[in-house]
Write a protein of this length. Structure first.
Length: 506
């Protein structure tokens, strides 16, 4: 009995991590059949038609012309396989098994790519994630579509080979074309200019909070009537965030790539995500039939801006509570549990009532007492307790709006923020945390150096209704204020300022 087996390696994404998948192709004498087994989804079963057409256009004898039983197994067989990235590996495995191309060593190579009917390779997702896995598992080469090659080439220690088509891949493997690994080329960041803090007239209190939020990664809530500049303040925050380190850029790019966003290289700026109030729980938190990162993970190391906070569904807002504490999202399934990083800074804005003018000294509120109470109760106490900075944003006089802005206010603020971040980087050296807001209660007790005046201020907090969580968040905010002033100790004035942002009624 004639029998031939070929083994090629591909990869599957699980959350933001990749796993190697062995693509085995077996040929046996018998009636024609072309089966793909190994717990594949619909796009994998349709791979047979794409592979048939691509091989025919390559000039090879396709599987539908073979009077043999062809079995493609994706191992391990008990793990669900999704996507069309196995096309290239299946086609090469078939060509090897039938002897239509020269034998090559496939043990240290991974092949990724969806085939078009004419043999071209279409870009996929998770290129950086797959390249990182390849290096960790000891693979030497990753063959993938040219559009994904620059992103994957960020990973050192593995050669990324850009391929335009199945024909080109075969020529490289047979030595007809030179093996030329991709060299990483930095990608220019999108020119999305944030408004300068100086363009925002007045609102000094809010701008001070923005500086603290940017320096320590603290969550921030603005409450005020419509049109006073809450959204503009949130946009200005993205302009004073510190530069991304290479490690952070790789973290974020892995998440975006797993979500299907092809950047063509490393992300260059901290993300700012602004989901609409109609966003579903899965789109915000992550998960789904084929689990993918949600908005809070796409905002990792950046900003999640929720405008009109009470208009979001209650269950969506309550789902934010755990990720705000842990910095990650756990998506549990019957056979697996995935983790998506989500260390974001929450910036939220809301009106004080449905009409927006409750407490306004100039415009009368049209809402009844019950309407106001129901509106406030949309934001739960436990969620508010996780927001370090909570302030009211009032109107600015029309005469003040005519003043000339200081266009370099953000630049000056960013210098102070970068300096505070450097202090925190030294403080947390060797730890997985990067900013004060990420400290645990144990780390807060370990790292904070509180002056005698600060200790006296803390004793006075016994008379307040501050929760234990609120107490530690107060200390962390006070530490950030001390870092902005380059103070080696957290003093009473630092804690007093933090306290002024902490306790208030909506």
């Amino acid at each position: 009995m004639e029998k031939s087996v070929a083994r090629i390696f591909s990869a599957e994404l699980y959350g933001i991590h990749a796993k190697p998948i062995e693509v085995e192709t077996d040929l046996n004498v018998g009636l024609h059949a072309f089966n793909i087994v190994g717990l594949g989804d619909k796009s994998l079963t349709e791979s047979r038609e794409r592979v048939n057409s691509a091989l025919k256009n390559l000039g090879a004898k396709p599987p539908n012309r073979e009077n043999r039983k062809i079995t493609v197994n994706l191992a391990p067989a008990d793990i669900k396989k999704t996507g069309s990235q196995y096309d290239l590996a299946i086609a090469l495995g078939y060509l090897l098994a039938t002897g239509q191309i020269k034998h090559f060593d496939s043990q240290k190579k991974i092949f990724i790519g969806e085939l078009a009917l004419d043999g071209r390779l279409r870009p996929g997702t998770g290129a950086l994630n797959i390249a990182q896995m390849a290096r960790e598992k000891g693979f030497e080469y990753v063959f993938l579509p040219k559009e994904n090659a620059n992103e994957a080439s960020v990973v050192e220690g593995v050669s990324v080979i850009p391929v335009n088509s199945l024909n080109e891949c075969v020529d490289i493997l047979e030595g007809k074309l030179k093996l030329e690994p991709q060299t990483y080329l930095a990608v220019a960041s999108k020119n999305e200019t944030a408004p300068d803090l100086g363009e925002i007239v007045g609102q000094e209190h809010a701008k001070r909070c923005l500086t603290i939020a940017a320096a320590g990664g603290h969550n921030f809530l603005m409450v005020g009537p419509p049109g006073v500049g809450k959204s503009l303040l949130a946009q200005a925050l993205s302009g004073i965030l510190p530069r991304l380190s290479r490690e952070e850029a790789i973290e974020i790019t892995k998440i975006w790539s797993a979500a299907g966003i092809n950047l063509g290289g490393l992300i260059g700026t901290r993300p700012m995500r602004s989901p609409h109030q109609s966003a579903s729980l899965v789109s915000l938190i992550g998960g789904g039939t084929h689990p993918k990162p949600g908005e809070i993970s796409l905002a990792h190391r950046g900003i999640l801006f929720l405008d009109e906070l009470p208009e979001f569904p209650r269950n969506v807002l309550e789902a934010l509570r755990a990720p705000m504490e842990s910095g990650s999202v756990h998506v549990a399934r019957a056979k697996e549990s995935l983790v998506f990083p989500s260390k974001f800074t929450l910036v939220a804005a809301m009106n004080p009532c449905p009409c927006g003018y409750y407490g306004d000294p100039e415009k009368e509120c049209r809402c009844g007492a019950y309407d106001i109470l129901r509106y406030e109760k949309k934001i739960s106490g436990p969620l508010l307790d996780r927001i370090d900075l909570q302030i009211r944003v009032g109107k600015v006089k029309l005469a003040d709006l005519r003043t000339m802005p200081n266009q370099k206010e953000s630049e000056a603020a960013k210098v102070k923020i970068e300096s505070a971040r450097e202090i925190q980087a030294t403080r947390f050296k060797g730890l997985p945390i990067k900013v004060n807001s990420e400290m645990s209660s144990k780390q807060t007790r370990e790292f904070l150096k509180i002056s005698s005046s600060g200790e006296n201020f803390i004793k006075q907090l016994e008379r307040t209704d501050l929760s234990p969580r609120g107490y530690y968040r107060l200390l962390k905010t006070g530490q950030t204020i001390a870092d902005l002033e380059n103070s080696p100790e957290v003093k009473a004035e630092h804690l007093a300022e933090a306290f002024s942002y902490r306790l208030r009624e909506i």
